[in-house]
Design a protein around this ligand. Sequence first.
Ligand SMILES: [Zn+2]
Ligand SMILES: [Zn+2]
Length: 280
Amino acid sequence: MTGAADLHLHSHYSDGSFSPAEVVRRAKAAGLGAAALTDHDTVDGLPEFFAAAAAAGLTAIPGVELSVDEEDREIHLLGYLIRWEDAALREALTRFAAERRARAAAMLSRLQAMGVRIPMRAVEAAAGKGTLGRPHVAAALMEAGVVRSMQEAFDRYLARGKPAYVPRTGFTAAEAIALVREAGGVPVLAHPVRSGVLGEVPRLAALGLMGLEAYHTGHDAADTLAVCRMAEEHRLLVTGGSDCHGEFKGETPLLGRVRLPWEHVLRLYAAAGQPPPSPG
Ligand SMILES: [Zn+2]
Ligand SMILES: [Zn+2]
């Protein structure tokens, strides 16, 4: 088997710049045998992704990247090989999006009570098609000239204990892991070193986490090794992907920068109880 895979790709259904079809075209051009579309908190790009992959002869792996808000940090949880038509999964994603919006609105009314007026459409503009969150409120504050940096927005208004802080309303890690597993999928902790949550692996493994993303463009060789060791210790799968969001400011897209060996793809399918795919 010579196939390689990039299992972490975003499209314009969340905060990427490429259409799902463009992701497929580029994955094929990069010589990949399989690719996973993992948009933030949505599965809406998957039908387009599958149609394009079938036409191009690329193995398409359904995915999603769920945001889990813990007190003062965010955990990203990848869900692979999910039954993306699953009604409970779709209902949960819709509810989650509504909760994130309500949270952003609550932050804006707290700001308004302090005399800082930021319209919701400014926050939406900052988020694009991505999931609304505190960074987008911070970006809108910056855009309006209220603060000079994202850090200042958090320090003055949005961090826990600050006047416009509103507690999280999204999934807990336990809920996100259960949601993926109930949809027949494999929950994998995204970029644990970059997120600074490698120490959380024992707790998450006890909740049913099945894999760790070791290979990632935000991880250096030492990070990858540390994640692989952790995976071995807790008998978890190892995955990897570039986390490509497309093309911004003339930067070279990251797609294909991570080439996960095929054996890991086979293990992923086995973990989901699905028959193995052939590369490409
Ligand atoms: Zn992420
Ligand atoms: Zn991502």
